[in-house]
Design a protein around this ligand. Structure first.
Ligand SMILES: NC(=O)c1ccc[n+]([C@@H]2O[C@H](COP(=O)([O-])OP(=O)(O)OC[C@H]3O[C@@H](n4cnc5c(N)ncnc54)[C@H](OP(=O)(O)O)[C@@H]3O)[C@@H](O)[C@H]2O)c1
Length: 283
């Protein structure tokens, strides 16, 4: 079975590469943005002709949440037109598309975990383009799994955990917001969940399970709690202060609450999900 991965040099792409050898039944084709630019239809077409994948994991995205506010054309090209190209070419090749999306499709006004059927209402350009990408895929190609995730971190590429570890070695004190609540997601746990979906789908040979799924680690915390745990685990001594979002203005408005309900992915694919603190300790 051939599984083609786009955006292979990102956090999720590298996490998939790190677990590939645990799945010898899968022939992975990892494509970075040089080999496969998802905004270029002809490029996508040529790569699919070359490798003829049964599954495509789209780990490519424009993920710079604040920069997106001033680079909306670039964010749109990658997150919407890129998703559209993949859906069209997956349809031509009868390839199942696994597309990764975000908790930022929600406005964060709920106070209980978001389910897949909750109404999206993104507050910034990044979330809007990710939602439009989801809608394009849903319209163009029924054989899709859209996996929404949140607060992704890993040992790879850039992320909050690595920034905290770096700042911990540079600073004596730090302020982090404590009024945005969500759940950190270890990118390797997300990678394993995507492979589990493919394995279950192949075994069941079922078409009825296509659709949207939530995936993050279990539990919830604020960015302050997340930072505190990162410092504790790494034995970093720093004066960490909680602050409200109003004291840390950013170009993009973020959801105040974006915990995801994972019942659907756990029920359908029998995925066991680790608590965020346990998983953070492993990284
Ligand atoms: N990071 C988070 O906290 C978070 C939270 C929720 C959801 N997500 C979603 O999770 C998925 C994976 O995120 P991530 O954290 O792994 O992202 P990431 O580390 O920013 O990686 C994204 C990758 O996409 C590639 N890319 C950009 N434009 C491309 C193009 N036109 N064609 C092909 N590849 C392109 C980038 O390559 P270059 O570096 O070469 O440009 C990069 O390697 C994304 O869909 C994201 O929206 C992430």
């Amino acid at each position: 079975m051939v599984v083609l991965v786009t955006g292979a040099n990102g956090q999720l792409g590298q996490s998939l590469q790190s677990i590939a050898e645990n799945h010898p039944a899968i022939e992975f084709v990892f494509c970075d943005s040089k080999k496969l630019d998802i905004t270029d239809y002809d490029n996508v077409n040529a790569v699919f002709d070359e490798f003829v994948p049964q599954y495509c994991i789209n780990a490519a995205a424009y993920t710079a949440v604040d920069k997106a506010e001033s680079e909306s054309n670039k964010a749109y090209a990658i997150n919407v037109l890129g998703a559209q190209n993949l859906a069209k070419i997956c349809k031509i090749n009868n390839t199942v598309l696994l597309h990764v999306s975000t908790d930022f499709v929600f406005d964060g006004t709920k106070t209980s975990p978001y389910t897949e059927s909750d109404e999206p209402n993104p507050t910034g350009v990044y979330g809007k383009t990710k939602l439009e990408g989801e809608l394009a895929i849903q319209e163009l190609w029924e054989k899709h799994f859209i996996i929404r995730t949140s607060w992704v971190y890993s040992q790879f590429a850039n992320n909050f955990m690595k920034t905290m570890v770096r700042l911990g070695s540079e600073r004596d004190s730090l302020s982090v917001v404590n009024d945005q609540i969500g759940t950190p997601t270890n990118a390797v746990d997300l990678a394993e969940a995507l492979i589990k979906i493919i394995s279950c789908h192949t075994e069941l040979d079922s078409t009825s399970n296509f659709g949207i799924y939530n995936f993050s680690n279990e539990g919830q915390c604020s960015w302050f709690d997340f930072a505190q745990k990162i410092f504790e685990i790494n034995n970093i001594k720093i004066d960490l202060q909680p602050i409200p979002t109003s004291s840390y203005p950013t170009p993009a408005k973020r959801p105040a609450y974006s915990v995801l309900d994972k019942s659907k992915i756990k029920d359908i694919f029998a995925i066991e999900i680790e608590n965020w603190e346990t998983s953070l300790r492993k990284v």
